[in-house]
Design a protein around this ligand. Structure first.
Ligand code: ATR
Length: 272
């Protein structure tokens, strides 16, 4: 039951109507038995500062931050955690005991956690990341902090790969995919049909191929990787684990990721 003492958390973004976050966060709160509720607020571009002011006034207990506000929020909170600082991007806001707003970035650690949950550690591994945008940067930063042996960055636009390399990788040619033990698609390629982010002939048995795209869940890349004998990890795990890390920040406790996954799968399966 929602009552006067219920704590409110929410995602701010634009648009957020189809966000999976309310379903999976409310499942996480239920698994912890806490009196928290999670909703979604459409916040127009450029108005994240007002949303943070509202957070203070209304006493919101936590915010998730998504497109297009991640960078604005990084510049408006009182403190940043190391990942948010390195990335100049915030996906989570918490409230410190003294009322200061703290910005965090759980995307990259969420991705690493999803790989680990699938049985694939990052330490000492040769990684190839496809893409150099916001998602790719968070993954490169986390992989470097988790002890990857090397991180090759392959991107359509070479200049972006050079910028992302400052986080702990190196720009590379497309053929670098073949040398990697873990290949990560961190581009948006695959969200809209059969397009592939790399040449299929570069994929092989012994590799792990992970996608950040989760709609469709079995992307053309993952299907091609499976057919060539590689292990695969789909993108839903990153979404779940970055959210679980948000709850850990807000509540100091780890929610049940299986309950969160079931809730996300239920919404993905529901007719739109
Ligand atoms: P996100 O926040 O989801 O990472 P982004 O910052 O816009 O989104 O980054 C999108 C990434 O997907 C970029 O690496 C982009 O490559 P460019 O830097 O060359 O733009 C990549 N990308 C998007 N569409 C692509 C396509 N059709 N082919 C190859 N790469 C693509």
């Amino acid at each position: 039951m929602i009552g006067g003492a219920t704590r409110v958390a929410a995602v701010i973004g634009y648009p957020v109507a189809h966000s999976l976050s309310p379903a999976l966060h409310n499942a996480g709160f239920a698994s912890l038995g806490v009196d928290w509720v999670y909703t979604a607020f459409d916040v127009a571009p450029g108005r994240a500062g007002e949303a943070l002011a509202a957070m203070r006034v209304l006493g919101l207990a936590g915010l998730s931050v998504t497109m297009p506000h991640k960078q604005d929020v990084a510049r408006m909170v009182d403190t940043l955690d190391p990942a948010a600082k390195a990335l100049d991007s915030v996906n989570t806001v918490s409230v410190a005991g003294d009322g200061r707003l703290v910005g965090h970035s759980t995307d990259g650690d969420g991705f690493v956690a999803s790989l680990e949950a699938a049985g694939h550690g990052v330490r000492g591994r040769r990684i190839c990341v496809l893409g150099a945008g916001g998602a790719a940067r968070s993954i490169i930063d986390a992989m470097a902090r988790h002890g990857a042996a090397s991180i090759d960055i392959v991107n359509r636009t070479a200049a972006a790969a050079h910028v992302a390399a400052a986080l702990g990788g190196r720009p590379a040619a497309p053929a670098a995919v073949a040398d990697a033990e873990i290949v990560v698609n961190a581009t948006s390629v695959g969200m809209h049909g059969e397009e592939l982010p790399c040449e299929v002939a570069l994929l092989h048995a012994g590799q792990v191929v992970a996608d950040i795209v989760y709609q469709p869940r079995r992307t053309a890349l993952l299907r091609a990787a499976s057919s060539r004998g590689a292990a695969t990890v789909d993108g839903l795990g990153m979404l779940i684990h970055q959210a679980a890390l948000q709850q850990q920040i807000w509540l100091g406790r780890r929610p049940d990721v299986e309950a969160m996954t079931a809730a996300a799968e239920g919404q993905l399966a529901a007719p739109h």
